[in-house]
Write a protein that binds this ligand. Structure first.
Ligand SMILES: [Zn+2]
Length: 304
């Protein structure tokens, strides 16, 4: 009888949402960007971008292979983008806009050095010339536009614009990854992360429940069953918590699918269900208690 009523409830609940609509609070950066943080991100980022720009220019001028140029531009943007991001994190920048302004400035510095040294590497041993002033860079650009080697004219301009845009976009993405997790405004520090604090079975077939989870209703996890991290399809919980207080507490859930391919290699697919949802320590403790108890079934516990 108990089993039958549970089954009926489960079927109904798959299609009808009985739960009260929870207030969902997703973390958002406060937008603060301390001046010292911005200055140091630009300064240190620019040093790496300038040095890297000269090396990048040398490599690209000598290699002249499209695929190698793409790989080197990625490595170049990674180097100064990551540096700028790390400095922004140290300088407690909690604003994506301000970080992108830093990366934009740093990219301009890098491109300036890349262009200044282009004649130095392109003209060869006989004429070692660095176009230090913007006017010299303009003159050099015009010379390449009119009679450049590999490419010239508007094709060259398009390639330059594409290259500069790609470098900025990649560097920006690398930098943002460094400040993407929650900050505790009260204690003025970044939260600490812990991956895999609980594992739940993916609730296949329960569309309403899946919908609620995708909307960031973390408490709905209490309706899921715990499982092992080895399960082929599961939800992994990660936590971000302030090291100094109990006020900044955030939960992220990721759907992980894993399988072994024909070669016996493990293939992982991850999809975020919700990210950085603010929780009270009690709410989080309840969820962790269920998510770390693989043998038990929450529904059975509730019905006992
Ligand atoms: Zn705190």
């Amino acid at each position: 009888m108990l089993f039958r009523s549970t089954a009926v409830f489960l079927i109904m609940e798959t299609f009808v949402d009985f739960s009260p609509q929870a207030k969902i609070k997703q973390y958002q950066h406060s937008g603060k960007a301390p001046v010292v943080g911005v200055m140091s991100a630009i300064l240190i980022g620019s040093v790496v971008a300038a040095g890297g720009g000269i090396v990048y220019c040398n490599v690209v001028t000598n290699v002249q292979m499209v695929i190698a140029e793409v790989v080197f531009s990625l490595m170049y943007s990674f180097a100064f983008g990551l540096t700028t991001g790390v400095m922004a994190r140290k300088g407690k920048i909690r604003s994506t806009t301000w970080l992108l302004i830093c990366v934009f400035t740093v990219t301009l510095v890098g491109l300036y050095f890349e262009w200044a040294f282009h004649p130095f590497f392109a003209l060869g041993e006989d004429q070692r010339f660095v176009a230090w002033s913007p006017i010299q860079i303009m003159d050099w650009g015009q010379a390449v536009f009119q009679k450049g080697g590999e490419i010239n004219g508007w094709t060259a301009v398009c390639v330059w614009a594409l290259e500069a845009t790609a470098i900025f976009v990649f560097a920006g993405a690398f930098a943002i990854s460094q400040i993407s997790h929650p900050f505790c405004e009260k204690c003025d520090c970044w939260t600490e992360s812990r991956e895999g604090i609980g594992f739940f079975k993916y609730p296949f077939g329960r569309v309403v429940l899946i919908g609620r989870l995708f909307k960031g209703n973390a408490e709905s996890l209490l309706e899921c069953e715990a499982t092992s991290p080895m399960a082929s399809s599961h939800l992994r919980l990660d936590m971000h918590m302030c090291p100094l207080c109990m006020d900044a507490c955030f939960l992220t859930a990721t759907h992980v699918s894993q399988r072994f391919n024909a070669k016996g290699e493990k293939e992982l697919k991850e999809q975020a269900m919700f990210e950085n949802i603010r929780m009270t320590p009690d709410e989080l403790a309840d969820i962790i208690a269920v998510g770390t108890r693989p043998s038990s079934n929450t529904r059975d516990l509730m019905l006992q």
